[in-house]
Ligand binder design. Structure first.
Ligand code: AMP
Length: 358
């Protein structure tokens, strides 16, 4: 275990989107300064962080200068190029570690890793070409989903296969990228667990939340999820198993399908997670502070939930409702300071307390 960072230390964050912004706010509450590294000129996190470096992820000189200026490096997204990590790791600790990133960057490696832990995933196979896809569809029968192995998010880079005839169109949708075929999981609901692990191996997990999506983007997370106590315990144990196996430091999101036969792991995200935003108003220590505590080598905070909450993302024009939402005494607004609205852009979210018994 390394020495905890003293207040006043600087935390470097790769990525300056809303997650980097909320991490920076949490860090500043603990007296840390944040230095954001982002290729874009005016990222949301820069409005609340102490320092910004605007440079590309292949600019090794900028990466080295950034790494020298901070005490620890963390990130808000998983697709950090390996060469950038090489440059950074030589100069400052990167938390969560490289293995966590590698495993979550590639859906094939991720599912292989999860299976290796004895966890249940959808049936899956790597797909190189159309002949292989046709052959695999004999064992992983439709309905199935073809996904790019890397760089997919919010349902992008995915194609449904309802019959073998769809194979060619689905493969064409991958644009030549390496792909993975997954059997379709007939789930009752989708849940996620946000878990954290400290440098000393301490683990704290939040209650599972229930997620619904619109157009492939998270729409709402509701806690508590409509699952049994046993399922909630299973979900938390899965998160803890993944955290330990990766010798993880920081917050991790685990997305799960609830099925009559048990929980099926969909994917893991080595970072704070949209489905964990409810913790800002449902727990004493939210996922953002928890992540900062972990990467700073601090003791983790209490993840106990003290309210029932519904988190709703404000996407695109939903932001126009912000003032109306602010009138609701049960609602807490979290806006990201993005100047431009686009139809599928996450502009903010609202956490609403659900009255007991509803
Ligand atoms: P992903 O990008 O893997 O998180 O997938 C986005 C969404 O697609 C998930 O939240 C599910 O609603 C759905 N999905 C992904 N994979 C599967 C699967 N194997 N079976 C059923 N639904 C899936």
């Amino acid at each position: 275990m390394s020495e905890p960072l003293a207040p006043g230390a600087t935390i470097g964050i790769l990525g300056g989107g809303q997650l980097g912004r909320m991490l920076s706010v949490a860090a500043s509450r603990l007296g840390f300064a944040c230095h954001i590294f982002d290729p874009g000129p005016n990222p949301p996190a820069a409005q609340v962080a102490a320092r910004l470096t605007t440079a590309a992820y292949d600019d090794t000189a900028a990466l080295a200068a950034f790494a020298r200026s901070v005490d620890v490096i963390t990130y808000e997204f998983e697709n950090i190029p390996a060469a950038a990590l090489d440059a950074l790791e030589a100069l400052a600790p990167v938390r969560p570690n490289r293995r966590a990133l590698a495993v979550s960057q590639d859906r094939l490696d991720e599912k292989t890793f999860l299976r290796g832990l004895g966890l249940t995933t959808a049936p899956f196979a790597a797909i190189g070409d159309l002949a292989e896809l046709h052959k695999t569809l004999e064992t992983i029968a439709p309905p199935a989903i073809l996904k790019t192995r890397r760089l997919g998010y919010d349902g992008k880079g995915q194609a449904r296969i309802t019959a073998a005839d769809d194979a060619a169109t689905a493969l064409a949708a991958m644009n030549g990228a390496p792909a993975i075929l997954e059997g379709f999981v007939d789930f009752e609901r989708e849940i996620s667990v946000i878990g954290a692990r400290g440098t000393d191996g301490q683990i704290a997990c939040y209650d599972p939340g229930e997620n619904t999506h619109r157009d492939g983007i998270l729409h709402q997370t509701t806690v508590p999820a409509r699952i049994s106590r046993a399922q909630a315990t299973d979900a938390v144990l899965i998160a803890a198993k993944v955290l330990n196996a990766l010798d993880y430091v920081g917050v991790l999101g685990v997305e799960l399908f609830v099925t009559p036969a048990g929980l099926v792991v969909n994917e893991i995200a080595p970072r704070v997670h949209n489905s964990g935003h409810w913790t800002q108003n449902g727990c004493l220590i939210d996922q953002f502070e928890q992540h900062i505590r972990a990467v700073a080598g601090w003791p983790l905070g209490d993840a106990t939930r003290h309210a029932d909450i519904e988190m709703t993302n404000l996407i695109g024009d939903d932001i126009a409702r912000a003032l109306d939402l602010a009138r609701d005494p049960a609602a807490a607004l979290h806006l990201y300071g993005k100047s431009q609205t686009r139809p599928d852009r996450k502009m903010g979210h609202v956490n609403r307390l659900i009255a007991p018994g509803k």
